[in-house]
Design a protein around this ligand. Structure first.
Ligand code: GMT
Length: 377
């Protein structure tokens, strides 16, 4: 099929999922066109079936805010026509689902019936989308999509609770390409570059937004390192990074915490990791946790949103209430204190990711594309 993918091109989870999906679809023989304002960070041009079309914004003195939705919907119309795309798959409802609806209407005027699939990712529903500023337009564009998916049952439930939804929402979980992680494990995994032989390694990866509670990551680690010799890797960047760095100084942890910035080498970093920390306030799924588990890492997380669908309490890691750093530290110490316990959790974590393999999830998206394309309006 010929598929247009619209997403945020950044390190956020929705952009990562969209990009990995697009690359996998192209690998399977589909023609995939990314339409966004920058080349997605995880996009490597591995196949001639992958294209990227930049949405360019024109400066004009009258615009305090540039009308991105307008530029995006015009670009969608142009690309659908030029490459005869059959489906537009938009990731993150704001403003992509709304722009896609506009593009669909403009194309219908020209006798072209492109189908719109909207994937809800999390904060587009739970934090931003349900805010009165956006709610009406988000609800409208979800209801006008041909197909709607959510990345967890919890996000589906939240969507039905927060909006007046007339469409059926299908749960299609986030996925991982297990082979990529297997490869990183086999490639030289130089743990000694980051920690001494007797030290454990804990890792946090996020975009350092307030919802990730990066201060809790530092507080948990502060407690853990008093009992277990260890290092903490903080991967990513965002608004809370400075605050987290200051807390590290305040707690005199500078020689034990390494801030690594954004990275495209997540699989390599995770190969060093023993325990992954994700104490988020809310998390529709927790792709970062799934990636960590695929690399054979136990997960200490909160029990919010879709995290219990990914991290199984007492099996792949532990779940605690939001803000309960004491409990999260206690659980981390329990996992880290013996090699036998740690190895069991690591093995369970890796095993559990089979449910979320690319081979399982990709056909679910393909059948959604096919289904909406064969429905006659
Ligand atoms: O929170 C982020 O890191 C980014 C955000 C996004 O939409 O870009 O992530 C959301 O989508 C991911 C992919 O589906 C999910 O794995 C994350 O759980 C979700 N984040 C939140 O719900 C806070």
């Amino acid at each position: 099929m010929k598929i247009g993918i619209v997403c945020y091109p950044t390190f956020g989870g929705s952009g990562v999922v969209a990009t990995e999906l697009g690359m996998a679809l192209a690998d399977k023989g589909h023609e995939v066109h990314f339409i966004t304002y920058n080349q997605p960070v995880r996009l490597d041009f591995i196949s001639h079936r992958l294209h990227f079309h930049e949405v360019v914004l024109e400066e004009y003195p009258l615009f305090e805010y540039q009308p991105y939705e307008l530029a995006l919907s015009s670009k969608m119309v142009e690309i659908v026509q030029k490459y005869q795309l059959e489906v537009l798959h938009v990731h993150y409802a704001i403003p992509h689902a709304y722009a896609a609806y506009m593009a669909k209407k403009m194309l219908l005027d020209k006798g072209i019936n492109v189908k719109v699939v909207t994937t809800l990712h999390g904060t587009d529903i739970t934090l931003v989308g349900s805010h009165p500023t956006y709610k009406t337009a988000v609800e409208f564009s979800i209801n006008k999509s041909d197909e709607v998916t959510a990345v967890s049952q919890s996000l589906k439930d939240d969507t039905l609770r927060l909006f007046n939804i007339e469409k059926d929402i299908k749960v299609v979980y986030n996925f991982i390409d297990g082979q990529k992680y297997a490869k990183a494990q086999n490639d030289e995994c130089k743990r000694s570059a980051l920690a001494q032989e007797h030290e454990r390694i804990l890792t946090h990866i996020s975009n350092f937004r307030p919802v990730k509670r990066t201060d809790d990551v530092i507080k948990i680690f502060h407690k853990v390192q008093k009992k277990i010799p260890s290092k903490l890797l903080m991967v990513g960047d965002g608004p809370e990074r400075l605050k987290a760095e200051n807390l590290v100084k305040e707690l005199k942890l500078e020689d034990k915490v390494l801030f690594m910035g954004n990275s495209n080498e997540v699989a390599k970093i995770l190969c060093y990791t023993d325990v992954f920390l994700l104490p988020s306030k809310t998390e529709s799924f927790g792709l970062a946790a799934l990636e960590a588990m695929a690399a054979g890492t136990a997960v200490i997380s909160t029990n919010s949103g879709g995290l219990p669908e990914v991290n199984i309490d007492g099996v792949t890691g532990f779940l605690s209430d939001v803000g309960d750093v004491e409990d999260m530290a206690k659980n981390a110490v329990h996992i880290l204190k013996s090699d036998a316990v740690l190895n069991e959790f690591k093995m369970n974590a890796k095993e559990h990711t089979r449910l979320f393999s690319l081979d399982t999830i990709l056909p679910q998206y393909e059948s959604i594309y096919k289904k909406c394309y064969t429905v006659i309006v």
